[in-house]
Design a protein around this ligand. Structure first.
Ligand code: PGA
Length: 249
């Protein structure tokens, strides 16, 4: 019922020639794939090259997005600028933005609203730190990230928003959440979304798992009832491993 989405977050990696080469390989890997969506979020500087090299079978996303269309916002990228480059989506609230750049739920909420206003689908990232998990506050933290990040947001349909659960302790560490841990949280996320939006919208919304997804663990993660896709960092930087993840079974 929910169409799987496999997304590669390239973070601050790859020059334009390297991005072009990897995008072409992803385009090839995604060719003929009709039962799932494949997406790349390259650095802003490589978007145009990636658009050209990946072909129309691959969706594109910005790694962040501002809420204004233009103005004095040094260092920011407008939703319309991303759309101009062929982006359908934008990652918002990634834990690296929260932890390294001080982005708060309130700021992230502005980004979500701005993306939606200009017809860009936000991929809202949420996730608890190891300390929060060990303190038993995982659900409280995630609930606040969802409620504050989505405050004032109304949706006409489930495909206007994607949520990505990325436990901070699993990002780039090689320590994936177990499939059971992921499912437990995803079910909670869907239930919380059900309190914010209409039940059928929450039921149809895609919830991605992210955090050390790789060719060896993707199949089991994707078998979980509420895991609708993956947000992949490190393993998305190699054509071979991302291809295997795209073709999860
Ligand atoms: P990782 O990154 O796959 O390298 O853990 C995931 C992410 O940060 O989106």
């Amino acid at each position: 019922m929910r169409r799987p989405l496999i997304a590669g977050n390239w973070k601050m990696h790859l020059t334009i020639p390297a991005a072009r080469a990897l995008a072409a390989a992803v385009g090839k890997a995604a060719a003929g794939v009709t039962d799932r969506d494949v997406l790349i979020a390259p650095p802003f500087t490589a978007l145009a090259a990636v658009r050209e090299a990946a072909g129309s079978g691959v969706l594109l996303a910005g790694q962040n997005v501002c809420w204004e269309e233009q103005g004095a916002f040094t260092g920011e990228i407008a939703p319309t600028m991303l759309k101009e480059l062929g982006c359908a989506m934008a990652i918002v609230g990634h834990s690296e933005r929260r932890q390294l750049f001080g982005e708060t739920n309130g700021l992230i909420n502005q980004r979500v609203a701005g993306a939606l206003k200009f017809g860009l689908i936000p991929i809202l990232c949420i996730g608890e730190t190891l300390r929060e998990r060990e303190a038993g506050t995982t659900f409280t933290v995630l609930e606040a990230q969802l409620k504050e990040g989505l405050a004032g947001v109304t949706l006409a349909s489930a495909d206007q928003l994607v949520v990505a659960y990325e436990p901070v302790w699993a990002i780039g560490t090689g320590k994936t959440a177990t499939a059971a841990q992921a499912q437990e949280v995803h079910a909670f996320v869907r239930q919380t979304l059900g309190s914010l939006f209409e039940k059928n919208i929450a039921g149809q919304m895609r919830i991605l798992y992210g955090g050390s997804v790789n060719p060896a663990n993707v199949d089991e993660l994707m078998r979980q009832a509420d895991v609708d896709g993956a947000l992949v960092g490190g393993a998305a930087l190699k054509a071979e491993s991302f291809e295997r993840i795209i073709h999860f079974q």
